[in-house]
Design a binder for this molecule. Structure first.
Ligand code: PEP
Ligand code: MN
Length: 335
């Protein structure tokens, strides 16, 4: 249930509604909008009768929310969420490209790639310091030393930083260093991590789990938002594919479906879907044409030496060429 207050509703009238929701044993989450306040009713086990609220002074509407996800749903918030980053916005028509290596390997590697992706138009540098690897014997990343390299990239280039947190400890560190905290496909249903990310104080990029349905994905976002963090970017990165022709199957239908179902922005990661670099530009172009709010792309200047995901990393020149193609596809280009 979403209770929409009159434009002229007073704080006291809002409080009466909040108290009534509490007295019924539910949780009230007031959401101040541009013109009026809406109050979401949460933790109700079943449907709530709108008549309970319609008579209260200052209440304009009581709208049943039919979806399992509430705070993230379009029913609760019609207007697109805008992600506010230092000197940069994403969503609500603002398109942003994030690019960089799969993993931070060294200062020279990170700074070299950062300079190239910046020159091509990327605004955010990606690079994992904590890597969730399928094998415990694979390189797990540089950890805190990697975060310090990312800080240097930020200081020297002005690019913002996105990097992954894999558990509670790394989340604490990552939220100190990064502008956006990435939660990876393998952690999409790590509910304690989602809750902590909801309290981390930084925007979160939530990748779709490799077998996740739309509802499971949006419920994961709901976990983050229910802790008070509405700065969430969804990221489609492909789901399990049949056959060997791609690493994962990029589900581009998610772009318009996500825009219909939620006010949160969606970016697309064609790299982890493709698994090989020749497929990355066509998938990226298709994602842009489908209406995504940004791209997350792996780029490496020496992909043959990369410690992870070299095969799907674009050479810097290929990335620059792709950025030009995107300019032509989007009326506003990239920012
Ligand atoms: C990554 O972005 O490097 C990554 C590990 O991605 P995913 O979680 O989508 O596999
Ligand atoms: Mn990778």
């Amino acid at each position: 249930m979403l209770i929409v207050m009159d434009k002229e509703a007073t704080p006291a009238q809002i409080e009466v509604v909040v108290d009534k929701i509490g007295a019924l044993g539910y949780l009230a989450q007031p959401m101040p909008g541009g013109e009026r306040v809406a109050i979401a009713v949460l933790k109700n086990p079943g449907p709530v009768d709108p008549a309970l609220f319609l008579d209260l002074p200052g209440v304009m509407q009581a709208i049943p929310v039919t979806r399992a996800y509430k705070l993230v749903s379009r029913e609760v918030q019609r207007e697109d969420t805008l992600i506010s980053l230092p000197g940069l916005e994403l969503g609500r028509g603002r398109f942003v490209v994030m690019a960089g290596p799969c993993a931070v390997e060294s200062e020279v590697q990170a700074l070299t790639i950062a300079a190239r992706v910046k020159a091509a138009g990327a605004r955010i540098f990606r690079g994992g310091a904590f890597k969730p690897r399928t094998s415990p014997y694979s390189n797990q990343g540089l950890g805190k030393a990697g975060l310090k390299i990312l800080k240097k990239v930020r200081d020297e280039t002005g690019l913002l930083i996105i990097t992954e947190a894999v558990d509670g400890d790394s989340l604490k560190l990552v939220s100190e260093y990064a502008d956006i905290v990435q939660l990876g496909a393998r952690n999409m249903q790590n509910f304690s991590l989602l809750r902590r990310a909801g309290r981390c104080g930084k925007p979160v990029l939530l990748k779709r789990g490799m077998n996740a349905t739309l509802e499971e994905w949006l419920m994961a976002a709901e976990y983050i938002m229910s802790e008070g963090n509405s700065q969430i970017i969804l990221c489609e990165r492909g789901i399990r594919a049949i056959g060997e022709h791609v690493r994962n199957l990029l589900d581009l239908a998610m772009v318009p479906v996500v825009h219909r179902e939620t006010h949160l922005p969606i970016v697309v990661d064609p790299s982890h879907a493709a698994g090989r670099r020749d497929l990355v530009p066509p998938l990226a172009r298709a994602a842009v044409a489908a209406g995504c709010d940004g791209l997350l792309i792996e780029v490496h200047h020496e992909p043959e030496k990369a410690i992870s995901d070299g095969a799907q990393s674009l050479y810097p020149d290929q990335f620059a060429a792709l950025m030009q193609e995107i300019q032509a596809l989007r009326p506003g280009g990239w920012k």
